[in-house]
Structure formats: structure tokens, C-alpha cells
Design a binder for this molecule. Structure first.
Ligand code: GLY
Ligand code: MN
Ligand code: MN
Length: 500
């Protein structure tokens, strides 16, 4: 038997010969005696009986809705292969969001899996192609560091995956049998560029706009969450609350270390790995003037008593739904009068924006409301070179100097969810029950900003909550994470009544 077996699969690692350990340091034995020995003497591996996952019926309903939009067209939704970090080292694997949404398969997705919608007279028949465990008579399980089970762990069998997800499953190695169907297909391109290239070569029509349409339709379907998704997002926020509690407990250690921001990042990362899959995005641990850098992820600064530390962090669960929470915390346990004044202005903007949330209100009303509040404060404090109305006018916007980012974005499987939705379905759209988004106003006085007095410079505050639209208004999923100045002070001082 050949040590390298070429496969007829397509995409990622399976396009090439089976990868093996690098030639220059491989110690994999090649003797016939070894191969004969390692291919025999294996028993069955006991495993838990598979049961359907609770999200499976929700994913089935999503597939059905998608099917209605793409009658007669083959639909290809790849999970994507692992991505190389360097040489034979990969980034942590995360399946593509569209694949997760339509299958319900989360962090334990087998890389390279593909969901295929085969058009029928009405609707589609859905098949999931995935790599089953390699038979012990092949060399894959021991000689292939990229996908071999001795290297990356055991893969589930096709029957188990079928039971979990309620989908027909087939061996990924048989994917090439479906080539004729690909002549007329829509594809999620960005999850697997090698696969996209191969499919492009098979297509009758080289117009890829149908792929953009598929990505857009899936993004827009995701704007309104179903009951299972809202449950996951609620759980992600609760896990994130516990992660923030760990951060609070770590503040003495953080303020004693020259790179205290890394302590905060590390503590939260540990919470994310214990409670879920990962952080949903790079944690921002921004102490002192770093809080004015909106996406500060270097996190190598000190955490000094007397300063505020802005922490923007979210736990992504194993289902891959993530929270996105910001709290701005006085390291010493007390806001200075000026820090409190700025904090209360931001809190007022957040509360007034939240009051707008109800079905029928426009998504952009939330931002506009927060901005009016922020503009009012910076005007009152004398920082604007024009009158308030002139700043609020489209041609003005001077107040945005102190809060350059938007107030809200949808939240779900991606932190900036539904990224391919059209503006009329997003910013200009009416709110509907089941939409989940952030409200995250802030005020940032840059250290070198001479429009504000010296003692204001280097102070940055953001408060970010995760909101679900209900039938009658909005529910703040993160309401229990301390957010008023008194609650935050008591949190740091350890005098907050336990919420858990
Ligand atoms: N963490 C990125 C954001 O708040 O949008
Ligand atoms: Mn956010
Ligand atoms: Mn955030």
C-alpha cells in the first residue's frame, strides 16, 4: 500500500496528496513490517450513543427557508478547511458561520465538511459531506498530521453526525461524484477559496453574482434570531458575566504587573476556554489612555490605580454564538468625580438609546438617539466649536470627534453579525422581535486632544450591552453585569451582593 495516497477530493488538504510529517524531521516508520503491524490489532472504540442535537430542527427550518429562495439551483455551503498559520501549523479551526447556521454543527465540526443542497422538483435535498474516521488499514490515521486521528483526535462516524444534525451524511471522499451538480450552483465562496476555484472551472456561467446573493440572503435570514439562538446568546452573556467577575478578581494582580492588561486578557481567555469555545473576538483590555484606542488589542500596558480600565470582551460558546460586552472599571474601586461625570454621560446615552428599542422603531434611531445625548453633553461641556443644532446636522457632526464609532451592530454567530445584509435590511430597517444587537456608546478624549482641558485627556469610557427585541420593547441581556457607577464600584470593592 502506498504511503501517500492521492485522493480525488477537492479543496484544502484533500486536493493534494495526503500530507505527512515534514520530510526533514519525519520519523514515521516506512517499513512493511511496521505498516503490517500498525494496521492490525485494533478493537471498536466505545462511544456514547448519538442523540439529536436540540438545534437540529431549527437548522432544518433555516434550510427550508433558504431553499425557497434558490429553487432549481445547487447550493454549496462549505465549512472550510483549516487555515495555515505557518508551515504545518494551523490557526485554531472555526467553521464558516453560514455552515454553522444551516447545520447547527458548532465547535466540533470536522474541517472540510460541506453542506450540499441538491435541487428537487420542490425544494432541496440536503446532504452533509464529512470525513469519517479513517480505517485502520489506511495510513491516514498515523501518517497524516493534518487530519490523522493519532494527531488531531477521533472524528465522529457518518451515522453519529447524521443523528446529531438530522441530515443525510456521506463520505467527503465521495464528494467528487457530485461534480455534475456544480455546473449550476450558488456557493459560499469565502470559506474555501480552493474549492471555489475548482467550482468556478465547472460552472456553465462565470457570473459569480449568485454567490453574493446567497451570502446576502443567509446574512439577512440571520437578522432575526430564533428561540434557540436567543437561548444561546443569553447563555453567552451569562458566561461573559462570569468572565468579567474573574477579571474583577484579577485586578490586584493586574495592577501589580507591568503588563497588567495581559493579565486581564489572559484571565478572560481562560474563562472563555473553560465555558465555551473561545473569545468571540480579540479581547480589548485598555487601561488609562489606551481606552481611547477603540480596538486596542495589544494589551501590553500597565493597569494603574486611579485609572479606568475599559474591557471589551465576549465569550463564544461551543455553539459559536458570542456575547460582546464592554465595561469601564475604576481600577482602585472608586471613580474620580471627573471619571464619574463622563461615565454618567455615556450611561445616559446608553439608557436613552435603549428606551427607543421596540418593534417598528428603526435600527438607526438607536444610534441617532445616543448621538443626540452625547452631542448634548460635549456641547454643555463647551467642547464644540458650533451650536448643538449645527453639530447635529448632517453637514456638521463635530461631536463625533469624541465618539467616532457606531452605537449598534447585530450580534450572533459573528460579533459583527449579518455583515452581508443590505443597508435597507440593517441600518434603515425596522426592529423586529428576535433581533439581537449591541448598544455601545462611548466618549473618548484622546491624550493629545487640545479641545478638552488637560485633566480630561486620556479618559475613555464605553458601556456595551447586548439587547434582544421583544414583542413590546427590548430586553437587556447584560443588565445584570454591573453598569451603574455605584454597582461598578461595589463590584471592584467586592461588596456587590452575589448574582450567581
Ligand atoms: N468588540 C467590538 C465591538 O464592540 O464592536
Ligand atoms: Mn460591539
Ligand atoms: Mn465590543
Amino acid at each position: 500500500m502506498a504511503l501517500l495516497h492521492a485522493t480525488c477530493q477537492t479543496g484544502g488538504v484533500s486536493d493534494q496528496e495526503t500530507p505527512k510529517a515534514p520530510e526533514n524531521r519525519s520519523t514515521t516508520p516506512i517499513s512493511e513490517a511496521f505498516r503490517d503491524f500498525i494496521s492490525t490489532g485494533w478493537g471498536d472504540v466505545p462511544s456514547e450513543p448519538a442523540t439529536p442535537l436540540p438545534q437540529a430542527p431549527f437548522a432544518a427550518a433555516r434550510r427550508e427557508r433558504l431553499s425557497e429562495e434558490f429553487s432549481g439551483l445547487t447550493l454549496v455551503i462549505p465549512a472550510g478547511e483549516t487555515k495555515t498559520r505557518s508551515n504545518d501549523t494551523d490557526y485554531p479551526y472555526r467553521p464558516h458561520t453560514a455552515f454553522v447556521y444551516l447545520t447547527g454543527w458548532g465547535a466540533d465540526t470536522v474541517p472540510g465538511s460541506i453542506l450540499l443542497g441538491i435541487p428537487q422538483d420542490t425544494g432541496h435535498h440536503w446532504v452533509l459531506f464529512t470525513r469519517p474516521p479513517a480505517p485502520r488499514t489506511s495510513d491516514e490515521f498515523y501518517a497524516n498530521p493534518a487530519i490523522g486521528e493519532f494527531w488531531t483526535g477521533r472524528r465522529p462516524g457518518l451515522a453519529d453526525v447524521a443523528t446529531w444534525l438530522g441530515l443525510e451524511t456521506r463520505d467527503r471522499a465521495d464528494w467528487s461524484n457530485e461534480m455534475p451538480l456544480l455546473a449550476n450552483c450558488a456557493l459560499i465562496r469565502e470559506s474555501d477559496s480552493a474549492l471555489a476555484e475548482m467550482i468556478d472551472a465547472l460552472r456553465h456561467d462565470d457570473d459569480q453574482s449568485v454567490d453574493d446573493t446567497l451570502a446576502r440572503v443567509i446574512s439577512e435570514m440571520r437578522l432575526v434570531k430564533d428561540a434557540w439562538e436567543i437561548g444561546e446568546l443569553t447563555a453567552a452573556v451569562e458566561a461573559t458575566h462570569r468572565g468579567f467577575d474573574r477579571i474583577i478578581a484579577s485586578l490586584p494582580e493586574a495592577s501589580a504587573h507591568p503588563r497588567g492588561e495581559r493579565i486581564i486578557e489572559g484571565v478572560f481567555h481562560q474563562a472563555a476556554r473553560l465555558e465555551g469555545n473561545d473569545t468571540g473576538y480579540g479581547t480589548i483590555a485598555a487601561s488609562g489612555p489606551h481606552a481611547c484606542i477603540l480596538h486596542w488589542v495589544t494589551n501590553d500596558g500597565p493597569v494603574k490605580p486611579g485609572d479606568l480600565v475599559l474591557v471589551d470582551a465576549g465569550i463564544e460558546l461551543d455553539s459559536l454564538y458570542t456575547a460582546d460586552i464592554t465595561r469601564t472599571i475604576p481600577v482602585s474601586g472608586s471613580f474620580s468625580p471627573l471619571q464619574r461625570q463622563i461615565y454618567e454621560a455615556v450611561l445616559d446615552a446608553a439608557d436613552q438609546a435603549f428606551a427607543v428599542v421596540k418593534p417598528g422603531a428603526l435600527f438607526r434611531d438607536i444610534h441617532d438617539t445616543a448621538m443626540r445625548v452625547i452631542a448634548g453633553y460635549v456641547h454643555e461641556w463647551g467642547f464644540l466649536p458650533v451650536e448643538l443644532e449645527e453639530s447635529l446636522a448632517k453637514e456638521g457632526q463635530h461631536h463625533r470627534r469624541y465618539m467616532i464609532h457606531g452605537t449598534s451592530h447585530h450580534l450572533g454567530l459573528d460579533v459583527h453579525d449579518c455583515a452581508k445584509a443590505r443597508r435597507e435590511m440593517y441600518m434603515d430597517k425596522e426592529l423586529e422581535p428576535g433581533m439581537v444587537f449591541t448598544i455601545e456608546p462611548g466618549l473618548y478624549f484622546q491624550p493629545d486632544d487640545h479641545t478638552v482641558p488637560p485633566d480630561w485627556r486620556g479618559i475613555g469610557v464605553r458601556i456595551e450591552d447586548n439587547i434582544v427585541v421583544t414583542e413590546t420593547g427590548g430586553r437587556n441581556l447584560s443588565q445584570n453585569i454591573p453598569r451603574t457607577p455605584d454597582e461598578v464600584e461595589n463590584w471592584v470593592r467586592g461588596t456587590l451582593p452575589s448574582l450567581h
